[in-house]
Design a protein around this ligand. Structure first.
Ligand SMILES: Nc1ncnc2c1ncn2[C@@H]1O[C@H](COP(=O)(O)OP(=O)(O)OP(=O)(O)O)[C@@H](O)[C@H]1O
Ligand SMILES: [Mg+2]
Length: 363
């Protein structure tokens, strides 16, 4: 979809009625302002879900077809915000995957830019790991693993299946949303980049969020799919531990999550890495596999990082293998007292992590 054409199509055809355009080129809806205002009660403060860098997000319910929606409203029409809006609509219009947030439609006028998404009733990962819902601990271990796998699958789709390939550039906990079944949906494509065929990396202005940025990107602006892999590695550690990617230490120093996790890995104290709210209820072998994989993803050398499809394979392999082992053990007579928690699980083809990494400053 050509953005300029889309823009013209919105500006020129903007009317007071919803128009559905389900052609291949324009598979979303052009919402009317009236409909969105009605759905969000005129962007009432009570309906506000949250606020990001470029605008606020509101909950709404459409009445034509009864549907819960989330509406992102750009707060200022700066060139930057306009660009983010344009990129987000363009990218979301191109992609369809069970682990990517669905675009419902958008609205454009002289002084409003609105994007309408599917509403995600279980909010973002950040609310569960660090926010209002963290105390409830709704994310047990199997849920955490399935969220990690789902996010990895969404990213693998962007990197390997979308045409042209897409780099997200802002993978982080607040951009992983959870649907009614806690299925992960990667969101927020405002910083995404389309990668023309045959291009392996590009140099761009750095966008993204501190704590999640790959060192070569933060320092030199070198962007490639492996920058998303790095951010995913940080996210994976965050999912496991509920630690923030960057932590302020007394005295004002900052420590990133990899620096925090590395001594535990060296000592083999993997249990200490798990979120204490799990109260020890996690699969030790899966935990070890996930931590080692996260360290591979955050290797300071981008060439040593796995691809997202390898990440999916290893994570799924670990979960499937463990499921099978546990089932087999449950079927076996319990004569040797083995409780099925193998602390020495070797992830299939899982390479050894190089822990002697040199960390380039990410702040
Ligand atoms: N479709 C949705 N359903 C439910 N909540 C959503 C939806 N889209 C966004 N949100 C929530 O709205 C809030 C604001 O999102 P937004 O993406 O604007 O900012 P952010 O991710 O917190 O920060 P940043 O601007 O750095 O991306 C976040 O808490 C996010 O989880
Ligand atoms: Mg966001």
């Amino acid at each position: 979809m050509n953005w300029r054409r889309l823009w013209c199509c919105c500006i020129c055809k903007e009317k007071d009625l919803i128009r559905e355009n389900k052609s291949k080129d324009c598979p979303w809806e052009l919402y009317s302002l009236k409909e969105i205002l009605h759905a969000t009660n005129n962007f009432h403060n009570d309906k506000k879900i949250g606020e990001g860098g470029f605008g606020s997000v509101y909950w709404g319910r459409t009445t034509n077809v009864v549907l819960q929606i989330a509406v992102k409203r750009l707060k200022a029409l700066t060139a930057k915000a306009e660009m983010e809006f344009a990129v987000e609509v363009e990218i979301l219009g191109r992609v369809r995957h069970k682990n990517l947030l669905g675009l419902r439609g958008f609205y454009v006028s002289r002084d409003e830019r609105l994007i309408v998404y599917d509403y995600m009733p279980n909010h973002s990962l950040v609310t569960h790991l660090h926010g209002q819902l963290a105390a409830d601990c709704l994310l047990d271990w199997p849920r955490r693993m399935s969220i990690a796998i789902g996010s990895a699958e969404g990213l693998a789709y962007l990197h390997h299946e979308a045409n042209p390939h897409i780099i997200h550039r802002d993978i982080k906990a607040s951009n992983v949303l959870l649907d009614a079944n806690f299925q992960a949906k990667v969101a927020d494509f405002g910083f995404a980049k389309l990668i023309p065929d045959g291009v392996t990396h590009m140099t761009t202005r750095v966008k993204g969020t501190l704590g999640y940025l790959a060192p070569e990107y933060a320092t030199w602006g070198k962007v490639s799919e492996s920058c998303d892999v790095y951010s995913f590695g940080i996210l994976l550690l965050e999912i496991i531990s509920a630690k923030k990617p960057l932590e302020k230490l007394p005295g004002g120093m900052k420590r990133d999550i990899v620096q925090w996790v590395t001594p535990y890995v060296r000592k083999g104290a993997f249990d200490r890495i798990a979120d204490p709210r799990l109260k020890g209820k996690f699969d030790r072998a899966q935990l070890k596999l996930a931590v080692m994989l996260a360290l591979r993803c955050t290797d300071s050398n981008p060439e040593n990082r796995p691809t997202m499809s390898e990440v999916v394979e290893w994570l799924k392999g670990g979960v499937e293998k463990r499921r099978k082992e546990v089932t087999d053990i449950q079927r076996m007579p319990q004569e040797d007292g083995d409780n099925g928690t193998d602390t020495h699980f070797e992830g299939s083809k899982m390479p050894q992590s190089d822990l002697k990494r040199e960390r380039v400053a990410t702040n």
